[in-house]
Design a protein around this ligand. Structure first.
Ligand code: FAD
Ligand code: MG
Length: 326
């Protein structure tokens, strides 16, 4: 989703839009040195996209996948950082989030112009390859090994968050104290707006029109990350099939959660947890959110909205909606 972001445009604000990682990346950066800072983050974005993409044959991820069952691969430390978070969430979600979901993601091929349903036998074969415990890695030297041929890592559920965190660090190193980044639904706000007020990040309703938001989260120095069933999907024989796969069934998750927004410090963690909640469903998902000290807003298939009580002062609902605070 592309949340609505209400911003105050000051005289030194730099606004930049890039297409990267299959999505729209916007940056709004305030203050002295904003131009140089934004150029540096754009460079960082390109570097990480090349490293982490499942689609780029030369990426570190594809090198690991091509060597699955054969030999360990030397990788950039960024791959280890992203995998560390992915594996932590894989473990805590008992595999609802599984970074080795690659074989199933390929089968479902949401990028195809003429998508179709995978063959049941292929789904069974793909399921047998999904197992995050088969990843072995070391940080020093940075190496990754996946133990069986055909297995593949797909960082699609966590990499945008990792890239957002890194871009935020680059802005920090340039002395930026007020900025808002949005990587296709991975939002990071740095500091407050130049007028001293909190940033306002709008959340889109999964059943609503693009750009229509149902709530606004007020935040400073926070990541606000949304996963939903409504952004990437295809329709086949009148049914919608979205891109978050339940690693237990091999089919798009049907947990009763339509969108999950996670609020926290680390964008990578929030990204992985948002994806996990889509698979785990409301109750187990909120349990995971609490365990990790995060906050969440969840919209369910029956059109109910739930928000964790830690957000009570930070969230405003529009159009008279009354959410359940849990
Ligand atoms: P999220 O919920 O954060 O993640 C969903 C994605 O996670 C799925 O698309 C899948 O990849 C993976 N996933 C599905 N189920 C699970 C599960 N149970 N556990 C763990 N992971 C799961 N898309 C393009 O169309 N063109 C591109 O050129 C392109 N390049 C990319 C480069 C990079 C570096 C990355 C990270 C992604 C790229 N993508 C590209 C993919 C696209 O942007 C993804 O749709 C996006 O990463 C998914 O993010 P999301 O916020 O929509 O959903
Ligand atoms: Mg995610």
């Amino acid at each position: 989703m592309l949340p609505f972001i209400k911003a105050l445009w000051g005289p030194k604000a730099i606004h930049r839009l890039d297409m990267a990682m299959g999505t729209v990346v916007t940056q709004l950066v305030h203050g002295k040195g904003a131009r140089e800072a934004v150029e540096a983050t754009a460079k960082e974005l390109r570097r990480l996209e090349k490293l982490l993409s499942f689609h780029d044959p030369d990426s570190d991820i594809n090198k690991i996948n091509a060597s699955a069952g054969l030999k360990p691969t030397s990788v950039h430390p960024d791959v280890i950082s992203a995998l560390n978070i992915a594996l932590r969430v894989s473990e805590l979600s008992l595999g609802a989030f599984d970074v080795t979901v690659g074989p199933l993601v390929r089968l479902w091929d949401f990028r195809s112009r003429h998508p179709t349903l995978p063959d049941i036998g292929d789904i069974e074969a793909g399921l047998a390859l999904v197992d995050y415990t088969s990843i072995d890695m070391t940080a020093e030297p940075p190496m990754v090994y996946v133990s069986s041929p055909g297995q593949s890592i797909d960082l699609g559920g966590v990499a945008k968050g990792h890239v957002t965190d890194r871009m935020g660090q680059v802005l920090g190193a340039h002395g930026v104290r007020s900025a808002c980044l949005n990587l296709g639904g991975n939002v990071l706000v740095i500091g407050v707006k130049p007028d001293g007020k909190l940033w306002e990040v709008g959340l889109q309703h999964p059943a609503g029109e693009q750009g229509k938001y149902f709530a606004v989260v007020l935040a400073a120095d926070k990541s606000i990350v949304t996963s939903g069933v409504y952004e990437r999907y295809f329709e086949f024989a009148g049914e919608k099939y979205h891109h978050i796969i339940d690693p237990r069934t091999g089919w798009p998750a049907e947990s009763g959660v339509f969108s999950a927004t996670i609020v926290g410090e680390s964008s990578a963690l929030a990204d992985a947890v948002a994806t996990a909640v889509l698979v785990m469903g409301l109750e187990q998902g909120i349990e995971l959110v609490r365990r990790l000290g995060l906050e969440a807003v969840v919209v369910t298939a029956d059109n109910r909205i739930y928000a964790t009580d830690g957000l009570a002062d930070a969230i405003h609902f529009v159009q008279g909606l009354s959410p359940c605070l849990i």
